[in-house]
Design a binder for this molecule. Structure first.
Ligand code: ZN
Length: 361
């Protein structure tokens, strides 16, 4: 055909180019057959079609042909390039399909284990408060919440702490500009509840309290309390000891004991500090050969204060101390949680490092 169309052209040159191209095409196909990933395909493309590739070399050789032959030679090379590129394109999409199919094979493997689900956990302080409230609710106590901003009357006066009473100094209270204060204990809620409800009464009131304490391993300007109050005819300290012993057994374990140490609070008479068996050493004061660090070797852990409600407090709430009596207690939730979770620095509870909280959960 070419010889017919271009009778003057030296057939040998074009014919040689055609031979070169078909040899090249065969080598290309042989190489393409062994390509099995994208990198190999790119390398093949460079070898044949790249700037220094074989096709480019052939294209350069056109310049050495007689001018009349150059268009035909260029066209022949362009057609060869188009064929090579079409083959590369087909090979490329076949590779992509093969990779997708491999991924799908994995994606529909229903026996493949799922990654573990990350779930949150209840905060140790919250857990401790909830467990304590749950214990009392099962025994008929109501849970009552109060405001964190209180008046001096509910915080001090009604609790038998008049303005000139030295005990008022011991509370290190935050006073607000409007004459109110941030409650330094949750006891105002007990007064408010008694003034609204005649006896008998059985409540626990959990919540936050605030004092002007510097932050260290055992203190913070904000802390949590849970207080309990039971007022009815014939209530005595034995009921309180039984109730707190049950609570400690629920929170710490079945072998807990509770002991009272005489103390003073303006709103109770008599008053006592409450200790329970140290869960760290079971009350022995020793861990291995060393002294128990949790209790300082005493075998006991102090968890709060308690006592029989002072008659003046009952009268302030229009309760008749001749007819009813009652006990009250206040426990430090951080203190209980520290012992329960074997944590020696309460700042852990406020820093809220997710890794630490997950460990405590
Ligand atoms: Zn101990």
């Amino acid at each position: 055909m070419r010889a017919f169309e271009f009778p003057d052209v030296e057939e040998d040159e074009i014919g040689r180019l055609g031979d070169d191209l078909s040899a090249l095409g065969e080598r290309f196909e042989a190489a393409l057959a062994s390509v099995d990933d994208g990198d190999a395909l790119d390398a093949l493309r460079l070898t044949f079609l790249g700037r220094n590739g074989e096709i480019t070399a052939l294209r350069r050789s056109i310049g050495t042909l007689p001018a009349a032959e150059r268009p035909e030679a260029g066209k022949t090379i362009n057609e060869a390039v188009a064929r090579l590129e079409a083959q590369l394109e087909r090979a490329s999409s076949a590779l992509t399909n093969r990779e997708l199919a491999a991924q799908l094979d994995v994606a529909i493997d229903v026996t493949f284990p799922a990654p573990p689900a990350r779930t949150g956990s209840i905060h140790p302080l919250r857990r401790t408060l909830e467990d304590a409230c749950d214990y009392f609710q099962r025994r008929g106590f109501a849970v009552v919440l109060g405001d964190e901003i209180e008046t001096e009357y509910y915080n001090f006066d009604a609790l038998n702490i008049p303005a000139d009473h030295p005990a008022r100094e011991g509370f290190d209270t935050f006073y607000l500009a409007n004459g109110k204060l941030l409650r330094p204990h949750t006891s105002p809620t007990q007064i408010r509840t008694m003034q609204q409800h005649p006896p008998p009464i059985a409540i626990v009131n959990p919540g936050k309290a605030y004092r002007r304490d510097a932050v260290d391993a055992r203190h913070s300007y904000m802390f949590s309390q849970i207080e309990g109050l039971l007022v009815a005819p014939g209530i005595h300290l034995g009921h309180l000891k039984g109730m707190l012993t049950g609570l400690c057994r629920e929170l710490f374990g079945p072998n807990q004991a509770v002991r009272f140490r005489p103390s003073f609070f303006p709103f109770t008479e008599p008053s006592a500090e409450v200790d329970t068996t140290c869960p760290g050493c079971g009350g022995s004061g020793k861990r291995g050969d060393a002294g128990c660090k949790t209790c300082g070797g005493s075998g006991w852990i102090e968890i709060g204060g308690s006592g029989m409600v002072h008659p003046d407090v009952l009268r302030e709430c229009n309760y008749d101390p001749e007819r009813v009596s009652g006990w009250a207690f206040g426990l430090g939730v951080e203190r209980i949680a520290m012992v329960r979770y074997d944590v020696d620095d309460l700042r852990v509870f406020f820093e809220n490092d997710p890794a630490v909280l997950a460990q405590l959960a």
